[in-house]
Design a protein. Structure first.
Length: 386
């Protein structure tokens, strides 16, 4: 059935006032926060800490950069006249530094299939940035059978596949860091290490994810391998929450940190480093304060990316070097870290891949005389779309 364009257009027109009122609210909140940000910029670390002393979870906490950086935004000040100049700087910055990233893709069990089956594919890219040493691109595949996917809870199979993918990405990063302890390397993690999304999960699932991130952070600190959590489009509002607490603004303002900082930043600029003290149910597990974050402008037009990293990196004074590695990767990747982009291209499973997987599984079931059946609804869809 096609999309009824005229009806959708009419519905949009009918609700246009809602969109306009939302924009008015956003602009009002933004003005409040911009004023608060200018005042906050001039406060000392001690001033901020006093203001939030009675709050267990104020969103974020200042670091020593509140005193040592004169402005909230630290200008990178690149003066490249051509992209070639930028690439030359990136190549020089990355020379001899091994960067690593892992990414995953998945095929979740289909409810229209009589035998539950799932697949997780984790790909990784290891780039030594040394012409005498080959790079490494590879994948690991994990098949999930009915023993892995069947439970009384109908959503269990999907959650299990998602967990195996997350676990596989973390394990690959951990393995790389263990193999490259105390070396000139940087590990990239695709996404946030502040895993608020597990707050709505049952305790058992929360424990799995929290344990994985704890292990990731611990391994980084023990091996002294810098770890970067890269969030390309972040809706986090940890800094906004801190501003609201310090300046007495209303809570839950509908502005993200990245949207607030965007007009203040040019390419390569970053804001001061903060300690994460987000107010959510996972914070009680006691590891968010081991994560620092900043925002880094990696494209000319888009919002800045959120960069997370273990606190030990800041305390050891390695964050500026690490952020230059991130900048250089983004130059090569045209606004997105090339190492993450490549890991994604290695791991990705397309719709055609999914169809091939199910055909392969059907052939396997036929050979093994397994009672594989598709629901009539699924068969009808396939027939209509051929």
């Amino acid at each position: 059935m096609p999309l009824y364009i005229e009806r959708v257009a009419a519905a949009l027109a009918e609700r246009s006032a809602d969109f306009h009122s939302s924009q008015i609210e956003l602009q009002s909140s933004l003005k409040l926060l911009e004023t608060a940000l200018r005042d906050f910029e001039r406060l000392s670390q001690a001033d901020v800490e006093i203001a939030i002393a009675a709050l267990p979870n104020p969103g974020a906490a200042p670091t020593t950069e509140q005193d040592t950086l004169p402005a909230l935004v630290d200008s990178f000040g690149s003066n490249w006249l051509t992209h070639r100049s930028a690439r030359e700087w990136a190549a020089q910055t990355l020379q001899g530094v091994t960067t690593f990233a892992a990414d995953g893709s998945q095929i979740s069990p289909q409810k229209d299939l009589s035998i539950p089956v799932g697949l997780v594919q984790v790909g990784w890219f290891q780039n030594p940035h040394d012409s005498s040493i080959p790079y490494e691109k590879d994948v690991a595949v994990e098949l999930l059978t009915p023993d892995d996917l069947t439970a009384e809870d109908s959503a269990f199979g999907d959650r299990e596949v998602e967990w195996r993918r997350f676990k596989g990405e973390v394990e690959r990063a951990v393995r790389f860091m263990e193999q490259h302890a105390n070396q000139h390397v940087v590990t990239f993690f695709d996404g946030s290490m502040v895993i608020s999304f597990v707050g709505q999960m049952q305790t058992e699932w929360q424990s799995r994810y929290v344990g994985a991130i704890r292990h990731l952070l611990k391994t980084s600190e023990e091996t002294r391998v810098p770890l970067v959590g890269y969030v390309d489009t972040s809706y986090a509002n940890d800094l906004v929450a801190l501003l609201a607490h310090v300046r007495g603004l209303p809570g839950n303002l509908p502005i993200s940190d990245a949207a607030l900082l965007r007009p203040l930043m040019s390419w390569g600029d970053r804001c001061r480093v903060f300690i994460c003290r987000r107010d959510d149910s996972v914070l009680d597990k006691g590891f968010y304060e081991q994560i620092c974050f900043t925002y880094l402008k990696t494209t000319r037009d888009n919002i800045p990316a959120r960069i997370e990293f273990p606190r030990w990196i800041f305390e050891q004074g390695q964050h500026d070097w690490m952020l230059n590695i991130v900048r250089a990767e983004c130059v090569v990747g045209l606004g997105y870290p090339y190492v993450l982009e490549t890991a994604d291209s290695v791991a990705v499973l397309t719709m055609q891949d999914r169809e091939r997987f199910y055909r392969l599984f059907q052939d396997f079931a036929d050979r093994e005389a397994l009672p594989l059946r598709f629901s009539r609804k699924a068969m009808s869809k396939r027939e209509r779309r051929v």
